[in-house]
Design a protein around this ligand. Structure first.
Ligand code: SF4
Length: 408
């Protein structure tokens, strides 16, 4: 039986699977989305502004250029390796100090304090938090790429024409740690198959990359996409992250998702039994939803062959249709306390074998965020969740076991 406060963290899953930390590298590979380019709609989901949650998309938007997938990977790895080495070097420096200058108790205490507040601590902060190492593309170049990704400025040709040379210290760079290439921005299966293959394999051939995490819509798994991912899964670790947000079709219509719950269900079933790990993205606090609807979503996804879930609170970003509704007072938002309590209710109901990838969204840029402004990071929030579950004497899946269903 799990102990109070337990939930199945992604970091634990990676340690169990690879015996070490795995870093996820957020990428913007120049994709678009059928819910924005007119194929389904032009407005997009009412909450969506990709640079607000994708550090890679934000960096590209600001710099007006899109580095190649390998450049983005290398740039992230350089920073992550440097940070990790700095962290690993700290205890050694302290040992040297003890050997040569003599140990003083208060110095040891000071070193421990500094260590515990170091943002590079693996167990405290996800490595991709904070400013992103990559840089940018414009919305217009993205649209051009989507119009004809085979022949016009697709993400590869944009990168090839505009990419600067790699920094000198990156030439012989060999990462020591393990990384997943996370195709995060927009719909990352929305392109002709040869173009997808080119981008995915560009990532897989980068040093240190052990697999892919691909975020997309459930209605964007065109012919050959799942077969391609299945072929990679024989050698690499592959996650498919499907946006659902809510299991209520009424809510999905309200937020202009352009697909139904049935579409999601079908996508999960078609993706299963292929060696691919499948993760659902959910948003709590969507317009018209209360605790009952949010719990209903968990009850529904529990019956699917899912391996992971990512939770987000509804956030209002500048320039989105949601921002206009919010400013008219038409969208009440959850308080931090309400979000925490509903999330813990959901975790208690969630199957114990489903890996929790995320509990809280963090804006890639605070300037873009209108509300809610909770001023709390993921690390601190996960401590609150653990504390709340402990106070309830509860853990992930406990309510399923209480109802006589298998916690797994
Ligand atoms: S499907 Fe994703 S990228 Fe497309 S509009 Fe919705 S949130 Fe944005």
């Amino acid at each position: 039986m799990p102990s109070p406060g337990w939930y199945y963290r992604l970091s634990r899953f990676f340690k169990e699977t690879f015996s070490e930390k795995v870093y996820k590298i957020p990428l913007d590979a120049g994709f678009s989305c059928p819910n924005r380019d007119g194929t389904i709609s032009t407005g997009g989901c009412i909450f969506c502004y990709n640079p607000s949650f994708s550090p890679a998309a934000l960096a590209g938007e600001r710099e007006g250029r899109l580095p190649s997938v390998q450049e983005q990977i290398r740039s992230f790895q350089l920073r992550a390796e440097k940070k990790a080495e700095k962290f690993e070097a700290r205890p050694k420096a302290h040992e040297e100090l003890q050997k040569h200058k003599g140990y003083k108790a208060h110095e040891m205490q000071a070193a421990k304090t500094a260590e515990s507040s170091c943002p590079a601590r693996y167990d405290k902060v996800t490595p991709w938090e904070g400013s992103c190492p990559v840089s940018r593309s414009t919305e217009s170049s993205r649209k051009a790429a989507q119009r004809d990704p085979e022949t016009t400025g697709n993400s590869c040709s944009r990168r090839q024409s505009g990419a600067p040379a790699a920094p000198a210290d990156a030439k012989n760079f060999q990462p020591r740690r393990k990384y997943l290439a996370y195709f995060q921005a927009y719909s990352n299966t929305y392109a002709p198959l040869p173009h997808l293959q080119k981008l995915y394999e560009e990532a897989l051939s980068a040093p240190g990359i052990i697999g892919l995490s691909i975020a997309t819509r459930p209605d964007c798994l065109g012919p050959g996409v799942l077969e391609l991912l299945q072929s990679y899964a024989q050698k690499y670790h592959i996650w498919l992250e499907l946006g659902l947000q809510s299991s209520s079709d009424r809510t999905l219509r309200l937020i202009n998702r352009g697909h139904t719950y049935h579409d999601f269900e079908q996508a999960v079933l078609e993706s299963s039994n292929r060696g691919i790990y499948i993760c659902a993205h959910l948003i709590n606090g969507l317009p018209g939803e209360g605790r009952a609807e949010m719990l209903e979503t968990i009850a529904k996804i529990n019956s699917l062959p899912l391996h992971g879930v990512k939770f987000h609170q509804l956030q209002v970003f500048r320039g989105t249709p949601l921002a206009r509704l919010y400013e008219k007072g038409e969208v009440p938002l959850l308080s931090l306390r309400d979000y925490l309590e509903i999330l813990c209710d959901q975790l208690e109901l969630l199957r114990g074998d489903i890996v929790v990838h995320r509990l809280l969204s963090e804006a890639a840029s605070e300037e873009l965020l209108i509300a809610p402004r909770w001023d709390i990071g993921r690390s601190r929030f996960s401590q609150l969740v653990e504390g709340e579950l402990k106070a309830r004497g509860s853990w992930q899946g406990k309510m399923r076991a209480a109802k006589g269903e298998s916690a797994r």
